[in-house]
Ligand binder design. Structure first.
Ligand code: ADP
Ligand code: MG
Length: 693
């Protein structure tokens, strides 16, 4: 018997060329082959009498070739093979385009099954290029009268060959059950499941097989990630701290959620193992404070922390905030951003080397630094960084295994976070600091434009500031930031006209000549962006038109209106993030979603935003409506590709799989009692090791 890890070349008839083509589909081993599930299925179960077929219907008919097939050359490059086929009820005209060999394969009197789309003109029926096979063909090889798998293809492979190859793979392998019996018993046995997922006897059978594989895939993934989490490296042991001293020096009382998150992470710091923790909290939930508390704990133990922010402006803001929280304790902060002069960089390096700084804050420029005594690496707005960057900050000081604390304002349903962030523990800030008012949210059509102008005028006259967000930079070309629909909203091919940031800024300036209006977009250079943003921060601008570049946590407490054009283009979570830019001060704030897109889905999406400010609920709806692939580009997270599970639709199974994996690992961390499961988990781990850090 062949083994799962055997090369596909083991199958008779698969040579270099075929193996190469299979390789392009990611199929290298026999296991890859049988795990290459069909993309969809075609229902060819309906077998009809010719006279009973209806126009436009795809069906199978059993018929005799009624006359000798003729080859007709219509013109260069167009050859037809034509004949009639008959059953007891009637006749059908069959035509093959550019398949002259059909004339040699079929002869008058042959009994065949044809599958194809019937066309009815008057009383005459025809089929073009139907699938044809002789009566009496072995059922296993038949592609009519049953549900037929449709696979993803590559050049050099067609459906039929691939189907046969999978068939051979299934026949060659003895797949063994590896799920613990308590879970396996809920599904068809593994052998049947593989048969049914490729060659289902019925839709019901297919569904049962699918249930098994979804569970199996998520269960294995959860086991693998659980193993990884348990295999944490050792880390610097930071003595526990009594935070009441730190809290007492703050201008406000920390929320219960903040205290809890600090406790959780602080326990990691003093555990002796390396911390790998994600802090999730909605915009404005006060994540910075939690980081500050941890930095303080490390500082008291004589260690250095690094804090990485995704943009220069944010780095600067964090520098201000964190210095405010921490310098009263004598902690020394440094700031490093890309645009700093070389001499400043050199002196910062020097200061780090001489241990004259306890905290260094910066953009990814931090990655180039050597930081002695680094004990804690904080990364803000994690989803803005690629996995690689996160990894390199962690490895910046290989000797010390600094603790890793990442913060994200994109709320993800908890179970999903555990998968997306893989080997991270998760803390959640699910409470807002007190005294923050609701941001009133409305959805309107472009017909409201003049009323919106009046509203903007009034707010600005009161001294407030306004954000306007558009999905596009310039009218003609799609910009880079909008090129990836997964990142920046829904791909709508024929949606209403898109507002472009540049043009819209000009239009608004003409309509509101008394206002100071700026424009910001992703095609500008970093220092240009910073300059514009700085003017908004300092109040030199009344209104800022931008693309989604402002999404990330800049704090402008004076901003009271967020106006989003073409709101249908954005994901719900993204809209929620944008809305989080206002309502950060003492002023009553508003968010207006402008869209003329009148689909059921858009209306449902906008309604959710108007109804709730609960980021987790919004995230769940977003996940449900858009699926995880779109969530924010799962590739970025190094998530191993899932063959069959859909994290958006299969959330219940995910929860089950996770608790199942936890139970198994709690009872038997080394999985000694279930060697077959262990083998599969290790196979998966070896594959995801490269992608997750
Ligand atoms: P996040 O990064 O989670 O979006 P921030 O850390 O920027 O949020 O905090 C948002 C605002 O709330 C800041 O102005 C901060 O000073 C303030 N803040 C944080 N915690 C509290 C608290 N417990 N009580 C009152 N205000 C708070
Ligand atoms: Mg923040």
């Amino acid at each position: 018997m062949a083994r799962l890890t055997d090369d596909v070349r083991r199958i008779r008839g698969i040579g270099e060329k075929r193996a190469e083509a299979l390789g392009r589909l990611g199929i290298h081993t026999l296991f890859d082959l049988i795990s290459f599930f069909p993309r969809r299925y075609e229902d060819r179960t309906a077998v009809r009498l010719i006279s009973e077929t209806r126009d436009g219907e795809s069906v199978c008919i059993s018929a005799v070739v009624a006359d000798e097939p003729r080859l007709e050359r219509i013109r260069r490059g167009l050859e037809l093979v034509r004949f009639q086929a008959a059953d007891e009820s009637g006749l059908v005209n069959i035509t093959y385009f550019n398949q002259p060999y059909m004339r040699r394969q079929l002869h008058r009197g042959d009994c065949c099954r044809f599958y194809g789309r019937v066309e009815l003109r008057g009383r005459s029926r025809s089929m073009a290029n139907p699938v044809c096979e002789r009566e009496g063909i072995a059922p296993a090889d038949s592609v009519t009268g049953r549900i037929v798998p449709v696979y993803r293809l590559t050049s050099g492979l067609n459906q039929k060959t691939l189907m046969q190859t999978v068939r051979q793979g299934l026949d060659a392998l003895q797949v063994e059950e590896f799920l613990p019996p308590e879970f396996a018993s809920r599904f068809p046995d593994i052998r049947t499941a593989y048969e049914s997922i490729h060659f289902p006897g019925s839709w019901e059978e297919l569904q049962q097989a699918r249930n098994r594989f979804v569970f199996e895939e998520l269960f294995l993934l959860c086991c693998a990630l659980g193993r990884k989490r348990r295999a944490a490296k050792s880390g610097v042991r930071i003595p526990p701290a009594d935070f009441s001293e730190f809290y007492a020096a703050l201008p406000f009382r920390p929320t219960a959620a903040q205290r809890r998150a600090v406790e959780e992470a602080s326990a990691d710091l003093s555990s002796g193992s390396q911390m790998n923790r994600l802090l999730q909290g909605d915009v404005g939930s006060g994540k910075t404070l939690v980081a500050a508390a941890l930095i303080w704990q490390c500082f008291r133990a004589g260690f250095v922390s690094a804090f990485m922010a995704p943009t220069e402006i944010l780095a600067e803001q964090h520098f201000q905030t964190l210095s405010g929280f921490l310098s009263p304790f004598g902690l020394r902060c440094g700031l490093l951003t890309g645009s700093r002069r070389a001499s400043e960089k050199t002196s910062l390096r020097e200061a780090l080397r001489n241990r004259e700084l306890d905290l260094v804050i910066g953009t990814h420029a931090l990655l180039s630094l050597e930081i002695p005594d680094l004990a804690l690496a904080v990364t803000d707005e994690q989803h803005r960084f690629g996995v690689e960057q996160r990894a390199s900050l962690v490895h910046a000081d290989a000797g010390l295994n600094p603790h890793v604390f990442v913060m994200s304002a994109t709320p993800i349903p908890r179970t999903l976070a555990l998968i997306i962030y893989g080997d991270l523990d998760v803390s959640i800030l699910d409470e807002r600091p007190p005294g923050r008012e609701k941001v009133d949210t409305y959805c309107v059509g472009t017909a409201y434009h003049s009323r919106l102008l009046a509203f903007i005028r009034r707010l600005c006259a009161e001294g407030r500031q306004v954000f306007v967000v558009c999905p596009k930079v310039e009218e003609e070309e799609g910009s880079e930031e909008n090129a990836d629909p997964a990142e920046d909203g829904l791909p709508l091919s024929d949606g209403p006209e898109l507002r472009s940031a540049v043009e819209y800024a000009a239009q608004l300036q003409a309509e509101l000549p008394e206002l100071r209006i700026g424009c910001l977009h992703g095609l500008m250079k970093a220092d240009e962006k910073d300059a514009v943003m700085q003017r908004m921060v300092s109040g030199e601008l009344d209104l800022l038109v931008s693309t989604t570049v402002i999404e990330v946590g800049v704090d402008i407490p004076n901003a009271a209106l967020m106006l989003i054009e073409n709101a249908e283009r954005f994901g719900l979570s993204q809209l929620h993030q944008l809305r989080g830019r206002v309502g950060r001060g003492r002023h009553k704030s508003y968010c207006v979603l402008v869209t003329d897109h009148d689909s059921e889905e858009t209306r449902a999406r906008m309604k959710i935003l108007c109804e709730t400010e609960d980021g987790f609920r919004i995230a769940e709806e977003d996940l449900r409506l858009r699926g995880p692939g779109d969530f924010f580009g799962s590739r970025q997270h190094g998530l191993p590709p899932l063959h069959i599970a859909d994290l958006g639709a299969d959330t219940e199974t995910l929860a089950e799989a996770r608790s199942a994996a936890e139970r198994v690992l709690a009872e038997d961390p080394e999985m000694q009692g279930c060697p077959k499961l262990c083998e599969r988990v290790e196979l998966l781990l070896s594959r995801i090791d490269g992608t997750l850090n």
